[in-house]
Structure formats: C-alpha cells, structure tokens
Write a protein that binds this ligand. Sequence first.
Ligand code: SF4
Length: 262
Amino acid sequence: VITVWTDDCRILDGKNIIIVLLSIILFGLLLLVFFMYFLLARQNQVVYRVVTFILLVLTFVICIFVLTAIVSICLVHSGKGELFGAGKVVLKAVDMLLYPVLGLGRLLGIEKEKVQRAYANLNNKVIYSSKLNLRPQEVLLLLPHCIQNSDCKYRITGNVDNCRRCGKCPVSEIIDLRNKYNIKMAVVPGGTLARKSIRDLKPKAVIAVACEGDLCSGIHDARLIPVVGILNERPQGPCFNTQVDVKKIENAVNFLCNRRDL
Ligand code: SF4
C-alpha cells in the first residue's frame, strides 16, 4: 500500500519529497520524545531517570534541528533563501540528514534516484539563491568519464586537451566553453579522482556533471565548496556515451562568475 501511495502521490514530486520525508522523521522523533517523557514519569531509579532525561533532551534537540531544516527548505523554495541564513541551514541540515532521508525513502519504496535528484535540485536552488561572484579560474568543471565517446582512443582523463575535437561526443563543445570562459576543467572516472581534483585545483566552486548517485555523494563530500549539480542524460543507458545539456553548464558558469539572473 505504501509503495502504491508513494508511486502515485503527487505530493512526492521533486520539490516536496525531502520536506515530506523530513516531516515523517520529525513525527517519529516527536513520538519518541513523548515515549521518553512517559518513561521518565514512571521511572523511580535515579540512574535510569538521568539517562532517560539526557536521551529526551538529545531527541528534542534533533527535533528542533529537523524542524529548522523543514522551515529553511520552505524558505528556499519560496525564493527567500537568504532570509535568516536559510540557505546555509538547508545545506548543513540536508547534508547531515541525507542518509536518514535516503533510508526512509527506501523503506517507503520511493525510487532512490528520485530522492537523490530532489537533493541535488535543492542544493542547486540554495546556490542559485546565494551571492557568489567568482573569477572563472576559481570555478572547476568536473565531467564523468562516461561522457567521452566509447570508441574514442584518446585518453582525456588527466588532460582534456588530448581530445582531438572530432565532435563525436560533448567533450569538444565543452572544451570550447572552457576556452571561452577560462574555467578549470577535468574529466574524472570516479568519486576518488573527483575529490583529488578538488584538492589539487582548490576551486571556490564546482560545476559537476554526473548521474543522481554520483551528484549526491559529490555534493555531500564537497561540504564547504558550493557544487552546482547538473544531471547527465543517458540515452544509451547508464555509464555509456552519456550526454549533457551544455547550455546548463554555461548558465552555471555565468551565474557563478557574473551573477546574471537565470
Ligand atoms: S570529441 Fe574528443 S573525446 Fe569526444 S570522441 Fe572526439 S576526440 Fe574523443
């Protein structure tokens, strides 16, 4: 029943899904608070009373944290992400609560990608509601290796300029974009090398092109660095000859560097 409900329920669209899942977590935590309060009232032994009281306070603090996250997400969705630092609260809170949210989503039978997409979209929304005015050299564009044509014999991980610009995959067009704006760019085969590129190149912001799962873990791992996530397109299935809307990358570069409203 829950699976049918989560599949059909329109409230669980990309915009609301994180709010709904956090609300369910909050409800569960509040039940726990009442349960512990009940235990505290019935407990006679001092040690148990102290332990229960500490647990009750901790759970209550987590409740406040989750509630703050829900309110902040609502502010971000209503275009008021800068109010009370809501954007920063959302990034911090959703970052910390990502795995409980994913776990609950799985329990309710919600497609994992759906939650991950919502997370990446929310992260983008926060970044687009913030004030960034970076130099192009401070922006790193990270591309997944699967964007390269599978028949291409040139090795572009490590050095994208090995590309011969044949136009059989989006890499050629993206190199044009890199040259136009003078941003940094790297093609990486996985999360470990993506993190290494960030460590080595020390960007102040990252534009990452990837699938839902990699975007989610990349945004989660980057922590203090703003990451604009752009979902790749997979017309031939996952991890094979993937595509990307280059206009979306250009919009992100313009936003990060020029503050042009999108
Ligand atoms: S555009 Fe570059 S990377 Fe893509 S297939 Fe041609 S040479 Fe290879």
